[in-house]
Design a binder for this molecule. Structure first.
Ligand SMILES: NC(=O)c1ccc[n+]([C@@H]2O[C@H](COP(=O)([O-])OP(=O)(O)OC[C@H]3O[C@@H](n4cnc5c(N)ncnc54)[C@H](O)[C@@H]3O)[C@@H](O)[C@H]2O)c1
Length: 256
């Protein structure tokens, strides 16, 4: 039995086909939200939306490549056309790049920033006028602990997440008096397919996973659900006086 903290809210959740985004889609739907699950991966995205419906939730899948402005615009416009409003935007889709600056190409720089920074910019650009007109809205950006402190071997990913954190803070200030709250969740090392991808770049992935577990003050990896609960809180009315914060969900990592 849940408290249905998002009853009837229209929630656009990106990157909902996997990992943290999937956990958010399931949790938000269980709290009464009408979930618009957006992802570039059609098959798994449809499976997630269908399984939410089969367990009594309301969800539909929208196929989009958020690295394109036209797709971001379409996601917002189609959702407004179908549902008449958007209450919550959870920008979660992201990509990792584990390359040093000399190794990375300009094209890779552009891809990382396109998905991690420009997509939230585009989605906010198209949803904010609508939220402003309705006088309320909650936006949550899935940043990273690497937006707060750097980590080894992924400078462009760190730079992109740092940009997400400051984009969030700047938007929070600009929209604070307009009923729109903007916050971020900063996951630490969370056990998802993206983490598997990053770990498999290491020469010894098994050792790398053990090292990552041991490096967390809590002594284990985080779970997608633990990030989803932070996002739910920030998007709910319980956080009505909270805007402009980047909440680490990192087992204590950034406390060090
Ligand atoms: N897993 C971690 O340890 C960790 C740590 C810090 C931050 N994060 C952030 O959390 C978010 C979710 O990561 P995750 O670990 O769940 O990853 P994941 O790879 O499991 O899921 C990411 C989802 O985003 C989708 N996606 C990627 N690019 C897209 C695009 N251009 N258009 C539409 N969809 C796209 C993917 O298809 C996938 O379904 C990301 O922003 C990531 O940077 C993850």
């Amino acid at each position: 039995m849940t408290s249905r903290r998002l009853e009837g809210r229209i929630a656009v959740i990106t990157g909902a086909a996997s990992g943290i985004g999937e956990a958010c889609a399931r949790l938000f739907a269980s709290e009464g939200a009408v979930v618009i699950a957006v992802d570039k991966t059609k098959e798994t995205g449809e499976v997630v939306a269908r399984s939410i419906r089969e367990t009594g939730g309301i969800a539909s899948f929208v196929h989009a490549d958020l690295g394109r402005e036209s797709d971001c615009k379409r996601v917002i416009e189609d959702t407004l056309a179908e549902h008449g409003k958007i209450d919550v935007l959870l920008n979660n889709a992201g990509m990792f790049l584990g390359k040093s600056v000399p190794e990375a190409t300009s094209e890779e720089f552009d891809s990382v920033f396109q998905v991690n920074v420009k997509a939230p910019f585009w989605l906010c650009k198209y949803v904010l006028p609508h939220m402003e007109a309705q006088g309320k809205g909650a936006i949550c950006l899935m940043a990273s602990k690497t937006g707060l402190v750097a980590q080894y071997d992924s400078p462009l990913y760190c730079a992109s997440k740092g940009a997400v954190v400051l984009l969030m803070k700047a938007l929070a200030l600009d929209y604070a008096k307009k009923g729109i709250r903007v916050n971020a969740v900063c996951p630490g090392i969370i056990d998802t397919p993206m983490l598997d991808y990053a770990i498999n770049l290491a020469p010894d992935p098994i050792q790398e996973r053990r090292w990552n577990e041991a490096a967390q003050p809590i002594g284990r990896l985080g779970k997608p659900d633990e990030c989803a609960h932070a996002a739910l809180y920030l998007c709910s009315d319980e956080a009505s006086f909270i805007t402009g914060v980047a909440v680490p969900v990192d087992g204590g990592f950034t406390a060090m």
